[in-house]
Design a binder for this molecule. Structure first.
Ligand code: SAM
Length: 276
C-alpha cells in the first residue's frame, strides 16, 4: 500500500516475513516492536528499486542469496551502527594495565587485534591508539588491527577515518593531538601512523567457516551479539574463541554474557574472557 509519494506501509504479516530474513542473513532477532524502525529503514530501497510496496520488496529479496548486492544493501539498511571512541572505557584501561603487559610478558612481539563488529571505525581506531601508546613505551612491540562488519556502508566510513567534532568528543586531548589532524570544514582525520596498521573487510559473524587472517591475541565483539538468539550467540562465541591464541582475550559489550556457553574460557574482568 502507498500512502503518499514516498511512504510505504509495512503490514504485520510482511513484517514477520522480513524479520525472518533479517534473522537468516544477519542472525539478528527483530521483534514486532521494531516494525516502525524496519518500515522506516527500508523505504529508500523500495523506492530505489521501483518496487511500489513492501510485499513486492519481500518477493524481490526472498529470491536472492547472501552475496547478492541487494542483500548487502538490505543488511546495510537494517544494521544499527551506534558506536563511540573509547566506548565502555574500562575495557581500554584493562587492556593497558593488564592484558597488554601479560601479552608482552608471554614473549609476543606482534599483537594482532580483531574488532569483529567494527561499525564506522571508532572502536578499532580506539584500539589502535591504545596499542600505539603501549608499543611506544615497550620497544620491540608492534601491532595490527583488523576491523570487520557486515555493513559495507559503515566500512567505507571506517576506512576513510574522517569524523566530525561531535564524533571525536570521547578522545582524550593528548591522543587527539597525536593521532588525528584537522581538515578544512571542521572535521578530523585519523593520521596515517594509525591507518597503516589497519585492515578492513566485510565479514558476517553468521558465516559458517571463519576464514579470517588470525589467530589473534585480542578480539573485540561488542554490542552486536545482544541482538542474536542464544543458539547463534553460543555458536559465534565458540568460533570467536577458536580464533584466539592460547591465553587470548575476548571482549564483549558490558550487557553481553557468555554465561553457560563455553567451558573453554574464564571471566577475568566485566565482559572480558580469557581462553583457557
Ligand atoms: C551497535 S554496533 C557496535 C559497534 C562497536 N562494536 C561498539 O561496541 O561500539 C553493531 C555493529 O554490528 C554490525 N553487525 C550486525 N550484524 C552483524 C553480523 N551478522 N556480522 C557482522 N557484523 C554485524 C552492524 O552493522 C553494526 O555496525
Amino acid at each position: 500500500m502507498r500512502l503518499s509519494v514516498d511512504r510505504y506501509v509495512l503490514s504485520e504479516e510482511t513484517f514477520y516475513k522480513l524479520s525472518d530474513l533479517v534473522n537468516k542473513f544477519m542472525g539478528i532477532k527483530m521483534p514486532i516492536a521494531k516494525r516502525a524502525l524496519l518500515e522506516a529503514r527500508l523505504q529508500k530501497l523500495i523506492r530505489g528499486n521501483d518496487l511500489g510496496s513492501f510485499e513486492n520488496y519481500l518477493d524481490f529479496i526472498s529470491r536472492k542469496n547472501h552475496r547478492d548486492p541487494d542483500i548487502v544493501n538490505f543488511c546495510n539498511a537494517v544494521a544499527t551502527n551506534k558506536t563511540d571512541f573509547f566506548r565502555e572505557n574500562a575495557h581500554f584501561d584493562f587492556m593497558t594495565k593488564t592484558a597488554l603487559p601479560e601479552i608482552r610478558d608471554s614473549g609476543c612481539r606482534m599483537i594482532r587485534v580483531w574488532s569483529a563488529a567494527s561499525s564506522t571505525g571508532e572502536e578499532p581506531y580506539t584500539l589502535a591508539m591504545v596499542l600505539a601508546e603501549f608499543c611506544e613505551k615497550n620497544s620491540g612491540m608492534d601491532f595490527s588491527v583488523l576491523g570487520t562488519d557486515i555493513s559495507t556502508k559503515v566500512l567505507t566510513k571506517a576506512k576513510a577515518g574522517v569524523y566530525s567534532r561531535e564524533d571525536v568528543d570521547g578522545i582524550p586531548p593528548d591522543l587527539m593531538r597525536k593521532y588525528l589532524h584537522s581538515r578544512s570544514g571542521g572535521d578530523f582525520e585519523i593520521k596515517d601512523v594509525l591507518k597503516r596498521r589497519m585492515r578492513w573487510g566485510r565479514f558476517n559473524l553468521m558465516t559458517r567457516n571463519y576464514n579470517v587472517p588470525g589467530p589473534f591475541e585480542i578480539i573485540f565483539c561488542r554490542n552486536v551479539l545482544i541482538y542474536f538468539n542464544r543458539d547463534n550467540q553460543a555458536l559465534i562465541y565458540g568460533k570467536l574463541l577458536g580464533q584466539l591464541v592460547p591465553d587470548g582475550y575476548l571482549f564483549l559489550g558490558h550487557s553481553e554474557s557468555m554465561a553457560g556457553m563455553s567451558s573453554r574460557k574464564q571471566a577475568v574482568a566485566p565482559a572480558v574472557f580469557r581462553i583457557s
